[in-house]
Ligand binder design. Structure first.
Ligand SMILES: Nc1ncnc2c1ncn2[C@@H]1O[C@H](COP(=O)(O)OP(=O)(O)OP(=O)(O)O)[C@@H](O)[C@H]1O
Ligand SMILES: [Mg+2]
Length: 239
């Protein structure tokens, strides 16, 4: 499924009552089964944009082309699990139609099989993030929205989770939008990277990565990341 968004303007009301424009002419498209990364300055409007895409905020002008039957998987900046439900139940509540076999396979792929009866309070942040990913995949989404899903994990753990995400997407491609502040992460996972401006956010640069995700060498990934850093850096100094 293709994701196509064109938000001409999105305002939020600040505490002092004034309206702030968070998004302006924020346009992008993600081709079916592709992963686009969004990188941009802190506070520029990335989460706001994802919330609009997810239908959690409908108060904007513009257009989002997504069929009403589209199934959405979303991972928020914080894992947002139900604290009084086990790992199993957190997933089953989100995906009541998922078969036992599908859930077993997903939990295996994310190395959660031993944690099914645990409550979120018993999980480390890394495990909780795995559960949030499992929950998003359990609905067999047409579109996946990931808001910094690996932030504040140590580097090795984040790397492990990226590999697991890549493996899941390899098995079942999903049209994915990944918000990240980590250009290495974008370079590793994305087919296209959209670089955003300061608030009000809009796309100022688009980088299409020709080499397939699984064929990118470590050296190629760091070259792409360096190029992204340069683009991000220069966009800020000219802002
Ligand atoms: N409900 C709201 N009320 C007031 N201001 C808001 C609201 N939601 C967002 N903002 C402001 O809008 C801007 C964009 O917020 P948003 O969370 O979308 O940014 P972000 O790019 O996701 O930031 P980060 O990189 O820190 O996650 C911020 O300056 C924030 O303070
Ligand atoms: Mg955010």
């Amino acid at each position: 499924m293709r994701l196509d968004a064109d938000i001409t303007s999105k305002l939020v009301r600040a505490a002092n009552g004034a309206d702030i424009e968070v998004l302006r002419d924020m346009r992008l498209a993600v081709e079916p089964g592709r992963l686009a990364a969004l990188v941009g300055p802190s506070g520029c409007g990335k989460t706001t944009f994802l919330r609009c895409l997810a239908g959690l905020d409908t108060n904007f002008s513009g257009r989002i082309a997504l069929p009403s039957e589209a199934r959405l998987g979303m991972v928020f900046q914080e894992p947002r699990l139900l604290p009084w439900r086990t790992v199993d139940d957190n997933i089953r509540l989100a995906a009541p139609d998922a078969t036992d076999a599908a859930i077993d396979q997903l939990l295996g792929a994310l190395r959660l099989s031993g944690h099914r009866k645990h409550y979120p309070g018993e999980l480390s942040l890394g495990l909780a993030r795995r559960v949030a990913l499992a929950r998003a995949f359990a609905v067999e989404p047409d579109v996946l929205l990931l808001d910094e899903p690996f932030v504040s994990l140590d580097a090795l753990l984040a790397q492990e989770l990226r590999r697991e995400l890549a493996a899941l997407l390899g098995r079942r491609p999903v049209t994915t939008l990944l918000v990240t502040h980590d250009t290495m992460e974008a370079a590793q996972l994305a087919d296209t990277v959209y670089v955003l401006s300061e608030r009000p956010a809009h796309v100022i640069d688009q980088v299409d990565i020709a080499i397939r995700r699984i064929e990118r060498s470590a050296a190629e990934v760091s070259d792409i990341a360096e190029d992204l850093d340069r683009r991000l850096g220069s966009s800020h100094s000219h802002a």
